[in-house]
Design a protein around this ligand. Sequence first.
Ligand SMILES: [Zn+2]
Length: 200
Amino acid sequence: MTTLLDTVVPARAPWSAVVRQGDVLTIVDLEGNQAVDFLLYALADDAERYSAQDTIAAQGNIFLKTGAVLLSNEGRPMATVTATNVAYHDTIGGACSCESNTLRYGHHTKSQHACVENFLQANARHDRGKRDMVSNINWFMNVPVEADGALGIVDGISAPGLHVDLRAEMDLVVVVSNCPQINNPCNGFNPTPVRMVVAG
Ligand SMILES: [Zn+2]
């Protein structure tokens, strides 16, 4: 395969790119335990977008591992996790926002940058707004679910240099927030850059 794109997304930054059907996007957690909040839209019609519910229901598991097929709200495969050396990735923890930060961590966090703002910024150039944001994927984020159903956002299980490979099953717009959160362990309290490589 030929490398079509190879870039580093700075800590706390938004990012988006078109990834064509059959191409492979590799996301590298350069320094370890960096949550990469992630949305997918069909390039042909962005009313079709990633659906966490459909993906979880179809695979019968709440975690994303090698072999996971990321489904759209129309039940079609958007991408496949062809390889990852992290045990599992999250798709239920959601994206951080200024509003949820103030509820969880106090009013002093109101001005801190958050994933919702990154998603809005990355989507703005495609004329998408708040109502186009749906439940997302958090690559490299550890959200264990206890036997009683309780969620946690706890110390990560990723490490420097670990990666996830995604094969596009249709032409996609990939939208990313390199999570700026500093109030819980999802980024090891220290947001860091990630690398994006597209090959085809
Ligand atoms: Zn975040």
